[in-house]
Design a protein around this ligand. Structure first.
Ligand SMILES: O=C(O)CCC(=O)C(=O)O
Length: 274
């Protein structure tokens, strides 16, 4: 399996819990996807994250292809191993003139698997800068799972307000991206983001993945294979969309969302579910 990350990038991921920025698609291509999302919103008169959530890749063919882009899939393989299973993906939007933010959290603190070795790739479809509220992280914080509080705050994108109570923000670092670039963060990296203070939207897509070897302990055990094999068979693979808004993908998406809404399963869900 040829490596995508350089030795230095892989070392950064292992030491700091994240690697960023990584090149992927051109800013023009990113802008085309951004426009498709805005067109969808205009046509449906609703924000994309209202119904396209939890496993957004099942709604759009281009999005599932993007998750499998050799740069993204390959970098994920370098970080978590050859068999990469996607179980959550969402569109993270911060419109200008809002106070939308993301509280400090670890994605993996709520993950219902037998290990915490997953990682999330986050790709910017717009630029993501400190002014626009890029992801910020605490380097090296990925070595242990921390207790979280659930604090409801209306502008927090995390619907349960999952928060690590005490974070030393003086050591936080920005993870800026140009449109078309991506970052990878370990599922235990403490990260969050501040409001967008500019006059243009910040939008990105997350692909949260675990090694296919990770065993779901409870709740949904379906996923989308991004790279490698479904080895050793812990997962049921989703039916995939053949085109954007394919009823096959949308039905699968609804089934995944319903499964996550099951009271037992929701105890463990991470961030993207309302
Ligand atoms: O989009 C953001 O600002 C935060 C994203 C995030 O927390 C994640 O992808 O895990």
């Amino acid at each position: 399996m040829p490596r995508v990350l350089t030795d230095a990038q892989l070392k950064a991921y292992q030491q700091d819990g994240f690697v960023s920025p990584l090149d992927c698609i051109s800013s023009e291509e990113a802008n085309q996807y951004f426009r498709i999302i805005e067109d969808y919103e205009k046509m449906h008169n609703e924000d994309v994250s209202v119904n396209i959530r939890v496993r957004a890749v099942l709604a759009f063919k281009w999005m599932i292809d993007l998750a499998r882009h050799p740069q993204i899939a390959g970098a994920l393989q370098d970080c978590i191993g050859p068999n990469v299973m996607l179980f959550l993906s969402g569109v993270w939007s911060k419109r200008p003139g809002t106070d939308t933010f993301v509280s400090w959290h670890q994605d993996g603190a709520y993950n219902p698997f037998d290990r915490n070795t997953g990682a999330t790739a986050w790709i910017g479809l717009t630029d993501s800068t400190p002014e626009k509220g890029n992801i910020r992280s605490i380097p090296g914080s990925h070595r242990e799972a921390l207790e979280h509080e659930e604090r409801f705050q209306k502008d927090n994108i995390l619907s349960r307000g999952q928060s690590v109570p005490e974070v030393d923000e003086s050591v936080a670092v920005d993870m800026p991206l140009k449109a078309g670039q991506f970052s990878i963060h370990h599922e235990l990296l403490v990260h969050g983001s501040a409001p967008n203070t500019t006059d243009s939207r910040r939008l990105g897509i997350s692909f949260a993945c675990v090694p296919a070897e990770a065993k779901p302990l409870s709740g949904p055990n379906t996923g989308v294979l991004i790279a490698g094999d479904n080895h050793p068979g812990h997962w049921v693979l989703n039916k995939e969309p053949a085109f954007d808004l394919d009823p096959v993908g949308l039905a699968e998406l609804k089934a995944v969302q319903d499964a996550y809404r099951d009271p037992e399963a929701t105890k463990q869900i991470t961030e993207v579910l309302g």
